[in-house]
Design a protein around this ligand. Structure first.
Ligand code: GLC
Length: 436
């Protein structure tokens, strides 16, 4: 079947995803053993002979994937994406085309199977990350490549390497993932660069296969681009291998994203909790949960999703700092998730004291800083306000009728009570019902 873009099909398959807004990324593999991040092979130019032995050691006795899924669920996340294979070439599943896989370690487990089953059990949408780059396969360019571990070692020249043979391997591995693990909701390919873009990966052929096997799957844009670049859907000239969403990496587009014809583009900001994706034992620079809550709100207010990463260690444990962050975000999401799910930009300027998100006629005012006394609701016609409640507990928040506000007859000032400290110091959300 030759895949062709149709706006109608596109919008149908994207519906759950733009509702969901908040997901979990999981980067996990052999690199958890050296524990210096998932790029360790490339950064330290580690050859196969030195990296392969980790295979014999990988035995994450504490790995309980259901507990990962529980943590995602309790944080309010609605989808999950696990690295089935990262750039190092190690597979977390039982690929028939390589021995470099988790079923071949002392663990002897197919983690993709455990994961897909656990995610579904917890009602989470199932995503798989797959690196189209492979630093272990002999037919992938070595010497002179931009990031291969052997890139500056002339002893690893590319004579006799047959990239087409690599592509056969890669396509076959993706076929396995699309065939053996039930319905996949999302595929996250990573990534195109230099001359290796689009058809260099035999992308049309690949996408025809994927879309035939998994007709509803949502796919990122990294067969065309990487964390930089928007892809052909943004140009309104979708290739057969266009991405369904844009993937800004560890950044949030300053004012959201639109395609060349002005339509809002679907995007997902991928975000690390510290400064690495894969487990890094010395990276303690975790972002506070309060900051990450505000970043999630920022994404939604600009029409995007946020996928927040965890990097389990070599024992298969999500680091404690990450679990604490997830729990704290979950406490906020449990009370305020309505201001996130299915919400998007409010069509109003960012208010001085916080941010707006909106779903239909319901406006959410995320208040980060209190005013002196009642709080102005800028840009909203006072007469259009039907009611204002604190989202977390449903408490009514009346409009001020005080004489001190009488000089501003058009501005709604909402009275949050006598306490100058906001009930939620991170983000106190007001749910404002507007007249249809
Ligand atoms: C990247 C990286 C990487 C990470 C990722 C997540 O470009 O190479 O290690 O998996 O994208 O967005």
């Amino acid at each position: 079947m030759a895949y062709q873009f149709s706006r109608e099909d596109y919008e149908r398959r994207m519906a759950w995803y733009t509702q969901a807004r908040f997901g979990m990324f999981i980067h996990w593999g052999l690199y958890a053993i050296p524990a210096r991040g998932e790029w360790v092979r490339s950064e330290e130019r580690i050859p196969n002979e030195q990296y392969d032995p980790y295979l014999q050691e990988f035995n994450p006795g504490a790995c309980d994937i259901r507990s990962w899924m529980r943590a995602a669920k309790e944080a309010g996340m609605q989808y999950v994406v696990l690295t089935a294979k990262h750039h190092d070439g190690f597979c977390l599943y039982d690929s028939a085309y390589t021995d470099f896989k988790s079923t071949n370690t002392p663990a002897g487990r197919d983690f993709v199977r455990e994961y897909t089953e656990a995610a579904r059990e917890f009602g989470l949408r199932v995503g798989l990350y797959f690196s189209i780059i492979d630093w272990r396969h002999p037919d992938f360019p070595h010497f002179g490549d931009r990031q291969h571990p052997m890139r500056d070692n002339p002893a690893y020249g590319n004579e006799g390497r047959n990239f087409d043979r690599y592509l056969d391997y890669m396509h076959a591995q993706i076929r396995e993932l699309c065939t053996n693990y039930g319905k996949l909701d999302l595929l996250w390919f990573d990534f195109a660069y230099d001359n290796l873009r689009g058809e260099a990966w035999r992308a049309t052929e690949l996408m025809d296969m994927v879309r035939t096997l998994q007709p509803d799957v949502i796919i990122d844009n990294r067969l065309e681009v990487s964390g930089e670049g928007f892809g052909s859907l943004a140009d309104c000239r979708p290739t057969p291998y266009h991405g369904d969403f844009v993937t800004p990496e560890t950044m949030i587009p300053p004012s959201g994203l639109r395609d060349a014809e002005g339509r809002p583009l679907v995007w997902e900001s991928c975000v690390t909790m510290n400064n690495h994706w894969g487990y890094c034992a010395t990276d303690h620079f975790f972002k506070p949960a309060s900051l990450l809550i505000k970043k999630l709100v920022e994404c939604v207010s600009k029409g995007g999703n946020m996928i927040l990463n965890v990097g389990p260690d070599a024992q298969g444990r999500i680091p404690d700092q990450s679990l604490d962050i997830l729990r704290e975000m979950g406490r906020w999401m449990e009370r305020n998730g309505r201001s996130i799910y299915g919400c998007g930009p409010a069509g109003l300027e960012k208010p001085e004291f916080g941010r707006f998100t909106r779903r239909g006629n319901t406006l959410y005012y995320h208040v980060y800083e209190n005013a002196l006394g009642p709080l102005p609701v800028p840009g909203v016609d006072k007469g259009s306000i039907l009611s204002i409640r604190r989202l977390a507990d449903g408490t009514e928040a009346p409009l001020s009728t005080s004489w001190v506000h009488s000089d501003y007859p058009d501005v709604a000032f909402v009275n949050l009570g006598p306490d100058p400290v906001l009930p939620d110091e991170t983000d106190t959300v007001l749910e404002i019902q507007l007249r249809p």
